[in-house]
Design a protein around this ligand. Structure first.
Ligand SMILES: [Zn+2]
Length: 330
């Protein structure tokens, strides 16, 4: 007993001596990383592998002009109800890469390398996160575009205006292309935002290298094997969503049928300023979300929070999104 106690004491003092001998720096505070981890996430739709790659998120002040049929106080109350900061709308961007039978298709491009520089890395993260995901931009076979807003097409071009995906064919919705490339439509566009959308669409889509690789696709047909193009006009005249299916699995890649769900899924009657035809956009939104909730179909939302995959349910006042939990295996 005595011996045991003595041995215990000895070993305790030995441990204290050892601790004192340890180099001091091992007790120094760890420096903070100060930087977010790369954002990409994978899941399967049947045999198709989906990689969601975040392009970052934009912060926009909430004004009365943000939702045209609702006062900013009501928008801010909804943000607070969603445990978000009043007065600031956070809009995430989440392009996806589909691996269909070994061919890689990028759906929408994010805001571009130019935006990455201008926003100091807050947006335009697609290329850096794609590199982190181990996907070489040169290996992209197809870029599939949903509509011609800058956050969906600007990433086709790098900061020096060269092609970001130099070996890819660029597929665009036929009616979106026809509408925005029409000089008459452009000349009649209201000054300000709509005119700017036209000018930007011309800048990107009339780039000589883009034009060489451009091909149009039409609604109600497969744009690619397993990728059905569906018309969801309103946000823009040719706005297109895609139903990706393989075997018994499918997912609805909605593009901008809604913007961020914490405002526009929960309040489908709200008219965000970027819906070009807000009445048609609302009708489209309700039709799609009634279908998604009835069929319990997963939705991949470009402006949902990363990784932007969710189920939706009908509520008394609109819909509610239930994000898919992170799955550590695929
Ligand atoms: Zn968008």
């Amino acid at each position: 007993m005595n011996q045991l106690t003595r041995r215990g004491l000895l070993s305790a003092s030995a441990a204290a001596a050892l601790a004192a001998a340890l180099p001091k720096q091992s007790f120094a505070a760890a420096p903070t990383a100060g930087k977010q981890a790369p954002g990409f996430y994978r899941y399967k739709v049947g045999d198709i592998e989906v990689t969601v790659i975040t392009d970052g998120a934009n912060r926009l002040p909430v004004t009365d002009a943000f939702v045209i049929n609702v006062k900013k106080e009501e928008v801010n109350a909804a943000l607070v109800a969603a445990h978000m900061e009043a007065g600031v709308f956070v809009g995430p961007y989440n392009p996806i890469v589909l691996n269909i039978g070994g061919k890689l298709t990028l759906v929408d491009t994010g805001t571009s390398e130019r935006a990455y520089v201008a926003s100091k890395g807050a947006t335009g993260q697609l290329l850096t996160n794609m590199a982190a995901a181990g996907i070489d931009p040169k290996a992209i076979d197809t870029v599939l575009i949903s509509h011609f807003h800058g956050d969906h097409i600007n990433g086709l071009l790098r900061a020096d205006n060269s092609l970001a995906f130099p070996n890819a064919e660029i597929l665009v919705p036929a009616n979106e292309h026809q509408y925005y490339m029409d000089d008459g439509n452009m000349s009649r566009a209201p000054k300000g935002r709509i005119e700017d959308v036209f000018k930007n669409a011309h800048r990107v889509m009339k780039n000589a290298e883009v034009m060489k690789r451009l091909r149009t696709y039409t609604w109600d047909k497969e744009a690619l094997p397993g990728v059905l193009a569906v018309g969801t006009a309103g946000h823009t005249p040719g706005h297109t969503s895609h139903i990706v299916s393989s075997g018994n699995s499918k997912i609805y890649v909605q593009a901008d049928v809604t913007h961020a769900p914490y405002l526009f899924v929960r309040n489908p009657g709200w008219h965000a300023y970027y819906d070009q035809d807000p009445v048609m956009a609302e009708a489209t939104r309700r039709r799609v979300y009634d279908m998604l909730s009835a069929e319990k179909m997963l939705v991949q939302g470009f402006h949902y929070p990363f990784p932007s995959v969710a189920h939706v349910e009908k509520t008394a006042t609109g819909y509610r999104e239930i994000p898919l939990p992170w799955n550590p295996t695929i």
